[in-house]
Design a protein around this ligand. Structure first.
Ligand SMILES: *[C@@H]1O[C@H](CO)[C@@H](O)[C@H](O)[C@H]1NC(C)=O
Ligand SMILES: *[C@@H]1O[C@H](CO)[C@@H](O)[C@H](O)[C@H]1NC(C)=O
Ligand SMILES: *[C@@H]1O[C@H](CO)[C@@H](O)[C@H](O)[C@H]1NC(C)=O
Ligand SMILES: *[C@@H]1O[C@H](CO)[C@@H](O)[C@H](O)[C@H]1NC(C)=O
Length: 297
């Protein structure tokens, strides 16, 4: 059972799924998972100190209500340090069929997609050092409010880029990305895919070279069901005609354990003003994973 409290956060361990073939995950064995859990637990004191400072700043109410950035400059993260770990869990989750490489480097992924704004405040910890993972490229991709992925509409590969892309963590290992709360689609509960890359090359046109550097993590983020219910009761999520799958029915959550739940709160006084989500992702900064899907922008 996922425990949610105001400051509780959950560490997401590095991907347990190193590679998959034919669309099926090959889960790395239990022993390897437990080794990772131990590795992350070792970092608990360091993470607790990050959280202490972060909480102090939060109590000063710094930044919480700042508007999501629509510019190319880095938004100030709502939380200035990486948060505590209250739980170390079994993760991780497959790439899935909807990755597209070489996406744009940007802080705001929304483009014109309607839906509840979601500002994700992500902290990344390198479990090999227990230090913030600085200059990691955090990439996200997710379905829109009616459960469709940019670039994969109607079965054709298109050049749409909505709700895709990412940016680099700052010197505190933190990044703030703005997207929308993802819609559900057949067989899957609400989730956001992520990859965390090290030493990624930037191209002159503002895109990343996905195959450059090292891929250190492949994962998915989830949300507590009451938040899904609340968001899915609003427009345009209500127009989603696909069959809904609950967290309790999602096979990837089951495999991931409790690890990848985002802590959410309202950015303003109501859901319509958007949500602030925060999560700490603990990755083995020296891990190397490969992604399967070779589609590129
Ligand atoms: C943060 O971690 C420390 C040490 O592990 C623990 O004592 C404290 O209760 C944690 N705080 C929260 C809010 O979970
Ligand atoms: C990870 O790589 C760095 C160099 O990039 C090295 O200093 C460190 O020892 C490595 N950690 C592990 C656990 O291998
Ligand atoms: C989601 O994307 C699909 C494909 O581009 C589009 O037809 C649909 O209108 C989008 N949903 C919303 C709510 O805009
Ligand atoms: C960006 O530049 C690279 C290298 O020239 C090119 O392969 C890629 O297609 C470009 N991407 C876009 C979106 O223009």
């Amino acid at each position: 059972m996922h425990l949610s409290s105001l400051f509780a956060s959950f560490i997401v361990l590095g991907s347990l799924v190193a590679a998959h073939s034919g669309g099926h995950a090959e889960l790395v064995n239990r022993a390897q998972h437990e080794a990772r859990a131990l590795q992350a637990r070792k970092c608990a004191p360091a993470i607790a100190e990050f959280e202490r400072v972060r909480r102090e700043r939060r109590e000063l109410r710094m930044g919480k209500r700042q508007e999501p950035s629509t510019t190319a400059t880095a938004p100030n993260p709502h939380y200035s340090t990486i948060q505590n770990s209250t739980c170390v869990t079994a993760p991780e989750v497959i790439e899935g069929p909807y990755y597209i490489g070489n996406e744009y480097i940007r802080y705001d992924l929304r483009e014109t997609q309607p839906g509840v704004t979601l500002v994700l405040d992500l902290g990344v910890i390198d479990t090999t050092t227990c230090e913030p993972f600085v200059n990691a490229f955090v990439e996200l991709w997710s379905a829109n409010a009616t459960g469709q992925y940019g670039g994969y509409e109607g079965g054709d590969i298109k050049k749409d880029t909505f709700l895709r892309g990412g940016h680099f963590t700052n010197d505190q290992g933190i990044i703030e990305l703005t997207t929308i709360y993802p819609g559900f689609y057949r067989g899957r509960t609400a989730h956001i895919h992520t990859m965390i890359h090290k030493d990624s090359e930037r191209q002159a046109n503002g895109t990343i070279i996905s195959s450059s550097g090292t891929l250190t993590h492949i994962g998915q983020f989830f949300f507590d069901e009451p938040w899904n219910d609340a968001v899915y009761a609003t427009n345009p999520y209500t127009t989603n005609t696909q069959e809904r799958t609950l967290n309790s029915e999602d096979m990837w959550i089951e495999m991931a354990g409790d690890g990848a739940f985002v802590n959410l709160e309202n950015l303003g006084s109501s859901l319509e003003e958007g949500l602030l989500g925060y999560i700490t992702v603990a990755v083995d900064g020296n891990a190397t994973y490969t992604y399967e899907n070779q589609n590129t922008l």
